[in-house]
Design a protein around this ligand. Structure first.
Ligand SMILES: Cc1cc2nc3c(=O)[nH]c(=O)nc-3n(C[C@H](O)[C@H](O)[C@H](O)COP(=O)(O)O)c2cc1C
Ligand SMILES: CC(C)CC(=O)C(=O)O
Length: 421
C-alpha cells in the first residue's frame, strides 16, 4: 500500500523518497535507521554540505574519465557499493540484482556476510554480465565483508567458502572475490530504536545464505522464527557450535540478539593478524575513525582502511566520516595503505569532496537499497548511474578530466573565505 506519491527519480533523494512510499515498515525502518538519536546518521550528510568546492577553470574538460584502481584492479569509477545485509527485504532479486548492476557499471561491490543470497550465487549473477577483458575502462570487482564469529571454525569456513566462490583459476572470467573487508565496529549491535519497536526479524523464507549448504536450507547461523505468520515474539536462535536452537522471547530486534549470540566481542588486533595468516586475500578493515587505530591497522599490515561509522548505526555521536578522513589519511601517509570512505555519500559533489580530501574511493550503502526497492537491478543501475553522472559533471565543472586531477585544493572546510596559509 502506497503511503506517498512516487516520483520519477532523478536523484538519490528521489529514490529514497520512493522507497519510503513502497517498502514495508519493518524493512524501511531497518534500512533507514541510525543508532539512538541518529545524530551521526544526520551528520554524515550534513558534514559534506559544510565543505565548499574550489573549482579550476579553462582546463578543457570535454572528456572526463573516472576509472581508477582499487588494490591494483582497474574499476570504472571510485563509486562503489558498501556491504548491506539482507537485500532481499528490498526486492526479491536482492544481492543478485546488485551484483548484475555492479558488473554492468564496472564497479566494486562488497557482499555482506549476512546477505540473503550466497556468495556463490551473487558472483554467478555478476558473471552473467559479459565483460570485455580488453576493456581499458575497468572491470567489475567483488569483495566480501567478514563478520568474525565467536566460533573461529565458523569464521574460517566462511573464508574458505568465499575463496572458493571466487572461482579463481577460471581465467576467462575476471570476476572473482578479491578482498576480505573485516567489519570491526560491531562487537555488539548499535541500538536502533525503530528495530526494537518493530521487534525486527528476518522473514522466515529468507536466510543468511552464506551459512547454508546444499543438504540443508539452514545449517549454520541464521535467525529461525518458526511462526512467521503470527508473530509470537519468540525466536529460535541457532547455535552454530552445538547445532541446537535456543528459544528466546524477544524484547528487542532479533539482530541484536543474534549479534550477541554469534559475533565475537573479544575481537582485537591479533584476530586481524590471524585472519591475514589464514588467507591470501588482501584485508581491508572497515570501521576505522581515528588516527590511533589507523596506525595500528597499518602496523597489522592491512592493505586497506575503510573509514566508516557503519552509516551512523553503531556508536551514535561519533564524527561524520568525512570529518574523520583527514586524520586517518595523515596517520597512514606513506605506509602503502589505501583509504576509502563510506557514510552519507548521496551526490556527485560528495564523491568529489571525498576524493579531494584524499579518499581513494567512496562506498554507498542505503542509496543502493533505495534503488533496489525502486526497481530491482534496473533500480540499482539507476542509482549508480545518477550519482556517476553527477560525479562526472562535478569533475568537469571543477576542472578535472581524470581522477588524478582531483586534489586537496579543490575543497575547503567551512563556508567563509579560505584561511590564509
Ligand atoms: C541496512 C543496512 C545494512 C548494513 N549491513 C552491513 C553489513 O552487513 N556489514 C557491514 O559491514 N556493514 C553494513 N552496513 C553498513 C554499510 O556497509 C555502510 O557502512 C553504511 O551503510 C554507509 O552509509 P550510507 O548508508 O549512508 O551510505 C549496513 C548498513 C545498512 C544501512
Ligand atoms: C545484520 C546486521 C548486523 C548487519 C549490519 O551490519 C547492520 O544492520 O548494520
Amino acid at each position: 500500500m502506497s503511503r506517498l506519491p512516487q516520483l520519477v527519480p532523478i536523484s538519490i533523494a528521489d529514490l529514497e523518497h520512493n522507497a519510503h512510499a513502497t517498502l514495508a515498515l519493518n524493512a524501511l525502518d531497518y534500512y533507514r535507521s541510525g543508532a539512538n538519536d541518529m545524530q551521526t546518521l544526520k551528520d554524515n550528510q550534513d558534514a559534506y554540505n559544510r565543505l565548499r568546492l574550489r573549482p579550476r577553470i579553462l582546463r578543457d574538460v570535454s572528456k572526463v574519465d573516472t576509472k581508477t584502481t582499487l588494490l591494483g584492479h582497474t574499476v570504472g569509477s571510485p563509486i562503489c557499493i558498501a556491504p548491506t545485509a539482507m537485500q532481499r527485504l528490498a526486492n526479491d532479486a536482492g544481492e543478485k540484482a546488485t551484483a548484475r548492476a555492479a558488473a554492468k557499471a564496472k564497479k566494486c561491490m562488497i557482499l555482506s556476510s549476512w546477505s540473503t543470497t550466497s556468495a556463490e550465487d551473487t558472483i554467478a549473477a555478476g558473471q552473467e554480465i559479459p565483460v570485455d577483458q580488453s576493456s581499458t575502462s575497468g572491470l567489475p570487482l567483488f569483495w566480501f565483508q567478514l563478520y568474525v564469529y565467536k566460533d573461529r571454525v565458523v569464521t574460517e569456513q566462511l573464508i574458505r567458502r568465499v575463496e572458493k566462490a571466487g572461482y579463481k583459476g577460471r581465467v576467462e572470467i575476471e570476476i572473482v572475490i578479491e578482498t576480505l573487508v573485516i567489519t570491526v565496529d560491531t562487537p555488539f549491535l548499535g541500538r536502533r530504536l525503530a528495530d526494537v519497536r518493530n521487534v525486527f526479524k528476518l522473514p522466515g523464507h529468507m536466510t543468511m545464505a552464506n551459512f547454508e549448504n546444499k543438504d540443508s536450507k539452514v545449517t549454520m547461523a541464521t535467525i529461525l522464527d518458526q511462526n512467521e505468520d503470527s508473530d509470537d515474539g519468540v525466536d529460535f536462535i541457532y547455535d552454530a557450535k552445538t547445532g541446537a536452537s535456543k528459544r528466546v522471547v524477544r524484547q528487542e530486534s532479533s539482530l541484536a540478539a543474534y549479534v550477541v549470540s554469534q559475533i565475537d566481542p573479544t575481537l582485537n588486533w591479533s584476530d586481524i593478524a590471524w585472519v591475514r595468516s589464514i588467507t591470501k586475500l588482501p584485508v581491508v578493515v572497515k570501521g576505522v575513525l581515528t588516527a590511533e587505530d589507523a596506525k595500528l591497522a597499518a602496523d597489522t599490515g592491512v592493505e586497506g582502511i575503510l573509514v566508516s561509522n557503519h552509516g551512523g548505526r553503531q556508536l551514535d555521536g561519533v564524527l561524520a566520516t568525512i570529518d574523520a578522513l583527514p586524520e586517518v589519511l595523515d596517520a597512514v601517509k606513506g605506509r602503502g595503505v589505501e583509504v576509502y570512505i563510506d557514510g552519507g555519500v548521496r551526490k556527485g559533489t560528495d564523491v568529489l569532496k571525498a576524493l579531494a580530501l584524499g579518499a581513494k574511493a567512496v562506498f554507498l550503502g542505503r542509496p543502493i537499497l533505495w534503488g533496489l526497492a525502486h526497481d530491482g537491478e534496473d533500480g540499482v543501475s539507476l542509482a549508480l548511474n545518477l550519482i556517476q553522472q553527477e560525479f562526472e559533471l562535478a569533475m568537469a565543472l571543477a576542472g578535472c578530466c581524470k581522477i588524478e586531477d582531483i586534489n586537496r585544493d579543490h575543497v575547503q572546510h567551512g563556508t567563509g573565505p579560505r584561511p590564509r596559509l
